[in-house]
Design a binder for this molecule. Structure first.
Ligand code: ZN
Length: 381
């Protein structure tokens, strides 16, 4: 085994006697390429990623000991020490900062506009040279941002660790779900090997989801800048993905070891590690547009009865769930049926069994864009 270099990056103390830090594990020679960045549990109550990080660390230590590290791997095994402490009335609440209700995976700075200003006159005809120039401009743009509070400092620190990587994997999970990915549309089908190696059962594509999630903050500037400078070749040089590791309760050594092995196979396929990744597994599901996702919402309050499990296919019109009002005036009005509005795979569903109007009950990955699903507003808060 070959241990990584461990760093502790401090966050600003929120009160005297209270300070937190990020732990960063670094494998390989700093600056070696390709560079992969993996972080776990930015939404701090999404636990599967932290166990995958543990298994991934074991695999990376073994790879390092075997001399298989060609590139660099930066692993942040828990990306949100703030959210890890947020227990209220015995519940762990890790999606939003309690201080501000700010979603930890939104509001990352969009570096493209500042980088574009700095790139004027600096780009040429060589895409490889342009990648280096763009990376430098993005670093300058990040350096020009400020962080006024602990949450913003966390976002800024994470972005700084990932910004120059060739591959960025942000490990999340859904409530009850099959493994699925969020990717920038320009990354498909190049990233189909990631979906295949991880066994993703849905891959959702958007050029701009909206809300500035982490993966788009690192990946999105590449296609924004390519649009801004059409006369200069700028490739999508950062394969950034949000990896949804099934549901919140899908935490086991077996699953985590499988997922870590999938990531290591992908990193080998991409040359971060040397060796033979083996044949590419068959893709389980083609990518579909995030604009085609039906977020099936509860129209009324009541007890939720799911009829379709994550991974199942539904056709438009199929019953997906029933909401039961046990106190309805008449028995005949006590059951509200929810029907699929589109055909596709159910890839996630709510875990709680009591819902209120507006609760997203099920998510269906349809193949065609739906009315009311507009680019820039595709993710729930
Ligand atoms: Zn999440």
């Amino acid at each position: 085994m070959s241990a990584p270099t461990t760093e502790h990056l401090p966050l600003p103390a929120v009160a005297p006697g209270n300070s937190r830090h990020l732990t960063v594990l670094r494998f390989g020679r700093p600056g070696a390429r390709p560079k992969a960045y993996v972080q776990a549990s930015l939404h701090a109550d999404e636990i599967p990623g932290m166990l995958v990080a543990h298994h991934l660390r074991a695999g990376l230590e073994a790879a390092a000991a075997a001399g298989r590290l060609r590139g660099e791997v930066v692993l942040v095994p828990f990306a949100n020490p703030i959210g890890l402490t947020q227990h209220v009335l015995a519940e762990h609440l890790g999606r939003y900062a309690l201080e501000s209700a700010s979603n930890f995976n939104r509001h990352f700075p969009d570096l493209a506009p500042t980088a574009a200003e700095r790139l004027a006159g600096r780009l040429g005809d060589d895409p490889v040279a342009n990648v280096a120039t763009v990376r430098a401009a993005l670093a300058e743009a990040l350096a020009a941002t400020t962080a006024d509070d602990e949450v913003q400092a966390l976002r800024r620190t994470l972005l700084g660790l990932a910004l120059d990587a060739d591959i960025v994997l942000d490990l999340h999970c859904d409530l009850e779900a099959v493994l699925h990915l969020y990717l920038g549309t320009p990354l498909w089908p190049d990233a189909a090997d990631l979906a295949a190696d991880l066994g993703a059962e849905a891959t959702l594509l958007a050029r701009v989801s909206g809300g500035e999630p982490f993966d788009e903050a690192v990946g999105g500037p590449w296609w924004a800048l390519a649009d801004a400078f059409p006369d200069h070749p700028i490739p999508a040089a950062c394969l950034a993905a949000t990896v949804e590791l099934r549901g919140v309760a899908d935490v086991s050594d077996t699953l985590a070891a499988t997922d870590a092995a999938g990531i290591l196979r992908f990193l080998t396929r991409r040359g971060v590690l040397t060796g033979d990744p083996g044949p590419l597994p068959e893709l389980r599901a083609d990518a579909t547009p995030l604009e085609g996702v039906e977020m099936l919402r509860a129209p009324v309050a009541g007890v939720l009865v799911h009829h379709r499990a994550p991974g199942e296919w539904v056709d438009a019109g199929d019953p997906v769930a029933t909401i039961v009002d046990p106190g309805a005036a008449r028995l005949g009005t006590s059951r509200t049926e929810l029907l699929a509005g589109t055909s596709g795979r159910v890839y996630g569903r709510v875990a709680g069994r009591f819902v209120r109007p507006g609760t997203v009950v099920s998510k269906i990955a349809g193949a065609t864009a739906l009315a009311g699903r507009a680019a820039g507003a595709l993710l729930p808060d």
